[in-house]
Write a protein of this length. Structure first.
Length: 626
């Protein structure tokens, strides 16, 4: 058992053995700490047991197979895939891959949609100690080539589907590695190989563990890419130690092997492939896998599969609320929903309508050194940053004061950071274990990794991981997400939080979502606010609607934060992981010669938002009135 686990256990025992009422007198928030310590002790024991035995993700899976071979592992499109069947398929993959003579830790890239083949391909490669790069099956051309090269893949396995085949055909001149295609369709390029034919002839016999004897905690298990909202996707290193942490993460929410976990999120993402898939393996539970998220079928699937744990991310919950109400809304077995990005403005409405007993919101980053979780169902909170827990935690977490103008931490006269007080918005930093600092967060250049580091934080020579996110804590040390660096812009000499503006705008019941960002106007300082607004189905941009938006913003936002421009996109500007995409929107700005969506500008004279046409655009630009 690790020293960290022992500290947590002793701490929990000591607190539990004292008078809780006495403790609460001096520390009103101690009950939340006890709750977390109890949950953390489960995780600590789980991780320590496996690390001590040298058991990694694939070993945990094979142990699940031995314990419950006929138990359903994956429920997918009216079919049941047992643990033993998935293991046999994984053995076939391992038999094929063994012919490639790859070394432990070398990489195979897989570009497969949400389906059981993703999982058995991943597990089969794990049996040989091969690192697996999870390629986003939505990317094309340059981002796709970059992703394959960035992880130094020796082989590419592509899932079934004409769209995936076409995506690879488009870049085939830039691929110099063996490429295999799954699925029954014929291949036009004879240099590629049909993987299914190899699978038919492969032996499903088990693989000797000796072939992966070189695997250790810091060996790469897989690479999960950043979403690419601020540039080309970067491969985050998921070591085998971190994979065990993913395997253990659901224990914080008291998930057991009796649970059925619904995953409508892409498996190439940290939430779906990490918390969802690895968490299912770690608990020996069952996963109900969805090929693609559907707001219409989400609750139907939960009822169909008797789901008890459901995952969410980003704006997924807002889409569910946009579906017309039904008497069946609260009829399901879901006891916990786990995810991140649930905005405070819809939290209670979502939980009330769909009768979800507990929302477990967390905050973290795939490449980060820690994460936090809200186990108390505190509305709007993404976790806690308790000073008491920080005493025991091997990875310390702090929020420090931040200068939004210079976009850097505020430092004292000695050059060290200053802790933010409750109610103050600050930058989240966490300590970096030495082995992670040495290995890096991304597979890439030293400069790429250095960008995530802040040095000399509380003393000379220390190093911290910077999440690039602004959080705030309350008096009970619950943390609340406020903004992401780059999502705050300056206008009229004031700092504008895109997150807060979006929260205000979505307070109107006819606005489903608002993506807020800053755009440059020649001849002015800073950036003017602009919002890409998505109205609920059946609502159009009428004069009344535009006037209501204007009045609502005037009433609830200071003048500098009120959007100067509105855009009403036909399609949602989200990544495949339900994060708002801003880069393209900022680039297009408010130019009607570029933007085909309806555009409007704030008309203070008529107290509304007026159409921004090519004529009015030219007029205002020349007069510098925008």
């Amino acid at each position: 058992m690790s020293k960290y686990t022992e500290k947590l256990l002793y701490g929990a025992a000591g607190v539990a053995g004292s008078s809780i009422l006495a403790w609460r007198t001096f520390f009103p928030w101690i009950g939340y700490d006890i709750q977390f310590l109890q949950a953390a002790s489960r995780v600590g024991r789980h991780m320590a047991t496996h690390i001590k035995k040298g058991m990694y993700l694939i070993d945990i899976f094979e142990d699940d197979v031995q314990k419950s071979p006929t138990k359903p592992f994956i429920l997918f499109e009216d079919r049941v895939y047992t643990y033993v069947f998935m293991d046999q398929q994984a053995n076939r993959v391992a038999s094929i891959a063994s012919e490639w003579k790859l070394k432990v830790g070398e990489t195979v890239a897989i570009m497969i949609t949400n389906e059981p083949a993703f999982i058995w391909t991943f597990l089969g490669l794990q049996k040989l100690g091969i690192a697996v790069a999870f390629i986003n099956f939505n990317i094309r051309m340059k981002p796709l080539v970059n992703s394959i090269r960035a992880c130094e893949a020796k082989v590419l396995i592509v899932g079934q589907g004409d769209d995936l085949r076409q995506a690879v055909e488009e870049i085939r001149s830039e691929l110099d590695i063996p490429t295999f295609f799954q699925g029954p369709s014929p291949l036009q390029n004879q240099s590629y190989t049909r993987f299914d034919e190899l699978m038919q002839h492969a032996v499903p016999a088990g693989v000797c563990k000796a072939v992966r004897v070189g695997v250790h905690p810091l060996t790469p298990c897989c690479y999960i890419f950043t979403s690419g909202t601020t540039g080309l996707p970067k491969p985050c290193i998921i070591t085998h130690a971190k994979a065990i942490a993913y395997c253990s993460s659901l224990l914080l929410a008291n998930v057991t092997n009796k649970d059925i976990i619904y995953t409508p999120l892409p498996l190439y993402h940290g939430a779906g492939g990490g918390g969802g898939l690895m968490g299912t393996i770690g608990t020996g539970a069952t996963m109900a896998l969805c090929r693609k998220f559907s707001a219409k079928h989400f609750w139907e699937d939960c009822r169909k599969y008797n789901v008890t744990i459901a995952q969410y991310i980003g704006e997924l919950c807002r889409y569910l609320l946009a579906v017309p109400e039904s008497p069946a809304d609260g009829k399901h077995c879901v006891r916990v929903m786990i995810g991140n990005g649930l905005r405070q403005d819809i939290w209670e409405r979502f939980q009330s309508r769909f009768k979800v007993p507990n929302m477990v919101e967390f905050f973290g980053a795939t490449e980060g050194t820690a994460f936090i979780m809200n186990l108390a169902n505190r509305v709007g909170s993404c976790g806690r940053l308790s000073p008491f827990i920080n005493l025991f935690d091997s990875v310390k977490k702090f929020i420090v004061k931040f200068d939004a103008i210079r976009e850097e931490p505020v430092r004292d006269k000695e050059g060290h950071c200053i802790l933010a007080r409750p109610g103050e918005t600050g930058l989240l930093l966490t300590t970096i274990p030495p082995h992670i600092l040495q290995a890096g967060f991304y597979k890439g250049s030293k400069e790429m990794n250095e960008k995530k580091i802040i040095r000399n934080v509380f003393k000379d020579g220390d190093v911290y991981f910077c999440y690039g996110d602004l959080l705030q804590i309350d008096n009970d040390y619950f943390a609340y997400f406020k903004d992401r660096l780059g999502d705050t812009f300056r206008w009229k000499g004031e700092n504008v939080s895109t997150y807060e503006v979006a929260d205000v705008m979505t307070g109107l019941d006819f606005i489903q979502d608002a993506n807020v960002y800053g755009v440059e106007i020649p001849g002015t300082d800073g950036r003017a606010g602009m919002a890409a607004v998505h109205l609920v189905d059946g609502t159009s941009t009428s004069d009344d609607i535009l006037k209501m938006i204007f009045n609502h913003c005037v009433t609830n936002l200071p003048i500098y934060a009120q959007p100067v421009f509105l855009r009403f996109p036909k399609d949602h500007t989200l990544t495949q992981t339900f994060k708002q995409r801003k880069v393209e929107l900022v680039k297009e700005g408010y130019d009607p010669y570029v933007v085909t969506d309806p555009l409007f500008f704030r008309d203070d004279v008529n107290q509304t938002y007026a159409p921004l046409t090519r004529e009015s655009y030219s007029h205002f630009r020349s007069k510098s009135k925008l």
